[in-house]
Each structure stands twice: as C-alpha cells, then as structure tokens.
Design a protein around this ligand. Structure first.
Ligand code: FRU
Length: 518
C-alpha cells in the first residue's frame, strides 16, 4: 500500500514538474502590446531563444529568462513547448543559476546513441550545452568568467540534472567565450560545437559532448565586425531545386547591424568537420529590421519533415530593457523556414513564416485592386493580429508615373503611424516607425530602417504579419525580410495604401485575421 502511495507520488511529481500554470490563458495575455501570435514569457524578462530541439512530437523552446523582473539580470533558461510551432505552453523554468554562474545562451540535442553515457534504460538524454557566466569571477577582473557546461533531461525536458564535472569546456583566458550551438556531424561521427569567441567563431569537436577539441577558427577579416559576435549556428542546407548542399553559418553581432544595434549576419560555404570555408566575401544579413536578434535553428527536426526552422528574439539591445511593455518584456519572431537559393552565383537565404501559421487564419478579405495616388484608405476595420498580402505592379511597360515611395500605412487618431513599403528612388524596402508613438530614451528606436533590393520583376509582392506591437515583412518571396516592433499609444485603427509623388497600382491584396495563440 505504502509502496503504491510513493509510486503515485512520483508520478504526480513527474507530471506536475512540467505542467503549465492553471491560470486562465485569455486573462493573462491581454496586456497592451502583448503579442498574440508570437511567443512571449507570461511574466519577467526574456532574451535569446535557447536549446531549441524537437523530441517526441514537441518543439522545445528554451530562452534567456530573468523571472523576477522585466530587465536583464541573473539568467535562467525559461521553457515552452509547442506541438505545432504556433501555440505555446510555458513550462516551469528548466535551468537555474548555480555556484558556477548564471545560465547564458546555448543549444540542446538529443543524444540518440547515448555517446555521453548520460542516458538511462534506453532513454536517450536531451542534453543542453550552455554558457556559464560567473559574475563573481567577472568582478575579480579575470577574463575567465565564461565557460561551457552541460545538463541533461531524461523526461522530455521537464527536469534537468547538471553534469557533475562541469565545465566541459573551460575558459582559455578570453572575455567573450559563449553561446555554444552543437550539432551531430554524421560524416566525421562527432559532435561539432560552434562557439562565439570575441569577434570570431571557434569550432570544437567531441565524441561524447563532454570532451572537446578545438578544430579551427573562422571570421577574422571577413563579415561585419562592428561589435561582439554572439549566438552562432552552423547547419547544412540544400540549394533549392538542386541536390547540392552548402553549409550556412549564422552569426549575430551586437552592435554593428545594418540599421544600428543588434542583427544577424550569415555566411554560406563548405564545412568538412574541421574547417568552414566561405563562398564570397560579401556581408549578408538574415533580416534587415532592427528587431530580430540571436536567432538560431531547431535541432533534431525529423528527416521526413526536413525543414530548417529558425526563431529569433524580436528585440535589439539598444533599447531592449526599455520597451514599454508591462509584466513581460521580450517576444520572439514567428518560427521561420530557411531555404537557400542561388542567384547570380551568390547563395542567399530565404525566410518564410512556417506553414502552420495558415492554421490560425480566420477569414480573408480582398482589398479591391486599384491605382493609388497619395493615400487610399482601406475600408476594413483592422483586427489584430493579421496577415496582409499585397502585390504591386512594377512592370516597366505601364504608363504610370511611379511614386517615389509606396506601400501601406497603419495610423491612429493621435497621428501616430507606421509606414511599410518600397522606396523606388533609392531601391530600398523600408519600415518607417519614426512617428509610431514610442521612442527609446536615446532615440535609437524611432527612424526609417532600410533593406536594399533592386526590384526587376513585373510585380512586387509583400507579406506582412502584424501583431499588437510588431511587423514582420517578407518581400520578394522571402528574400528580403524586416522585423520591427512599434508601440503606439493607441491601437492603429486606420489602414491605407499610399504612393508619394506619383502613383502605384495594386494588383492584388488580401487581409486575413489571425486568431490569438493564447
Ligand atoms: C545575446 C547574449 C548572448 C548571451 C546572452 C545573455 O543576446 O548577449 O551572447 O549568452 O545574451 O543573456
């Protein structure tokens, strides 16, 4: 009898260890600016996505989290899971700071072959590889305060045990030594760790996730170096329409982004298990908006699915600690599929919102096709969140006098507005949030932010995902991406199409309401 009681207790404990809080979800996520289709922590501070791994029907999303306040501080790994990459359930904190330090960014893998020996009874361990940041050591003036540790879970990420001989990769005397992203490299039958080290990358290999050997360094003299390199990711990707595989290296950089502050650059090249060799020297950006940082991709997505899926932190260190949200601070981008395309002998990343987003499209209304001169209000009451698809005529054979800038505008009665569109004079996509309501104390938030692209096709297609306080722009079928937040004092109630100093023709337009994920 007693035995059964204890067994039951264990079962109840295991179940409740991973249960989301029972509060009414609707009530919780109704604050001003709260994202309705993007994950954000119920309360507290959140930055980088961490440890994304798929296991047994669940996409895990861990994240940098300070549970006690809405500003950055002692870092934990918060935890959420989703069965469809759209609806998220926040679970109890996965990793707490300990005597070795705060838990900074990192990754997670399923150690299917139990190379680490941390698995039990045929259950492969879910292994998290992260940076310990030791504040006390930092305060002593040494450079050796960041090093890599591991922890493992045998119950689908519910409870975690820190490895007893941490750190697994001690600090060699380098200040910035962090954000390990680990993957299995089948050709060399080794784990590869991609680590951000000052303003370059170190690659390490390991047979067991515990013993690591330095393989090579990458990054000196190539790419953007306006700030420290952080949160890298390395993965293979097939070039669309071919059987050819290239390796993509993502590297976030702060500051030094194309529109100021934080952003993510990428390199495309070859990787042989030891060395990464880039093709070309040009700096490429994953997203030109100011609010997509530290994005990395999911590990262990099943082969049948085969997608490479990224999620980023929808924020920028320039003002991340100041944005005017309430009990929470820091949302994430939509999960996006990454594809690789070859254009004029260059390899470029293409991003799309994951197809699962279509599941929450409620109804689609057409915007009548029209010629737009100056401004044309769309006669639809905007309902947030929403997806908007627009196709503009850019054909050279039309006799139209193209506007210098054209696009779509969201505004309220307080004269606050956000404009999104194409600057035809300078050949740039833009998001203009210079008058959107809120600006950061140092004025890095307001402004017009640009993404270069010369449109040469007869039409220009734009997809927008608009949430309560963010816009994601996917143009030219995902080749140009911009993610930005906005914080208007009142909701934008008017949507209009505009064309400045000339006209533009709308060939097709749709607005779909999206249902809240909470
Ligand atoms: C990137 C970053 C990482 C670090 C983490 C700390 O945003 O600075 O390099 O691990 O945030 O929260």
């Amino acid at each position: 009898m007693m035995k059964t009681f204890y067994k039951l207790l264990v079962v109840v404990f295991i179940l409740s260890a991973c249960e989301p809080s029972a509060n009414n979800q609707q009530e919780k996520y109704n604050e001003q600016y709260r994202s309705k289709v993007h994950f954000s922590s119920e309360t507290g501070w959140a930055n980088d996505p961490n440890g994304m791994v798929y296991y047994d029907g669940e996409y895990h999303l861990f994240f940098q989290h300070n549970p006690d306040t809405t500003i950055w501080g002692p870092m934990h790994w918060g935890h959420a899971v989703s069965k469809d990459l759209i609806h998220w359930e926040q679970l109890p904190i996965a990793l707490y700071p300990d005597s070795l330090g705060w838990i900074f960014s990192g990754s997670a893998v399923i150690d299917w072959e139990n190379t680490s020996g941390l698995g039990e009874n045929g259950v492969p361990p879910m292994v998290a590889i992260f940076t310990y940041h030791n504040r006390e050591l930092e305060n002593t003036g040494t450079d050796k305060f960041q090093y890599q540790g591991i922890a493992y879970s045998l119950d689908k990420g519910c409870s975690w045990t820190k490895y007893e001989n941490n750190p697994v990769l001690p600090n060699p005397g380098i200040r910035d030594f962090r954000d390990p992203k680990v993957m299995w490299h089948p050709e060399s039958e080794k784990w590869i760790m991609t680590l951000a080290v000052l303003d370059h990358i170190n690659f390490y290999s390991s047979p067991n996730l515990i013993d690591w050997t330095l393989e090579s360094e990458f990054g000196t003299g190539i790419g953007a170096h306006g700030g420290v390199w952080e949160c890298p990711d390395l993965f293979p990707l097939q070039i669309e329409g071919t059987d050819e595989i290239k390796w993509v290296l993502l590297v976030s950089i702060n500051p030094g982004g194309p529109n100021g502050g934080s952003a993510t650059q990428y390199f495309v090249g070859e990787f042989d298990g030891h060395v990464f060799e880039p093709h070309g020297e040009k700096t490429k950006w994953l997203d030109y908006g100011k609010d997509n940082y530290a994005g990395v991709t999911w590990s262990d997505i099943p082969d049948e699915d085969g997608r490479r899926i990224l999620i980023g932190w929808m924020n920028n260190w320039q003002y991340a600690n100041k944005i005017p949200t309430s009990v929470w601070r820091g949302a994430f981008t939509l999960p996006r599929t990454l594809e690789l395309t070859e254009i004029y002998h260059d390899y470029l990343l293409v991003s799309h919102p994951v197809k699962e987003l279509n599941k929450i499209k409620l109804d689609t209304k057409e915007i009548p096709t029209s010629k737009i001169e100056e401004e044309m209000e769309i006669n639809l009451k905007p309902e947030y969140p929403m997806e908007i698809d627009l196709s503009f005529n850019t054909g050279n054979n039309t006799a139209i006098n193209f506007g210098e800038r054209f696009g779509i505008q969201f505004a309220n009665d307080k004269n606050e507005l956000v404009k999104i569109g194409y600057d035809n004079l300078n050949k740039l996509f833009f998001i203009d949030r210079s008058n959107c309501g809120w600006d950061s104390p140092n004025q890095e938030f307001a402004g017009i932010h640009y993404a270069p692209y010369v449109v040469s096709s007869p039409s220009l297609d734009i997809k927008l995902i608009i949430d309560e306080s963010s816009v994601e722009l996917f143009a030219v079928d995902g080749l140009v991406v911009m993610t930005e937040q906005f914080f208007s004092n009142e909701k934008f109630t008017m949507i209009s199409l505009f064309s400045e100093k000339g006209e533009v023709e709308l060939l097709k337009g749709n607005i779909s309401k999206l249902s809240s994920i909470w």
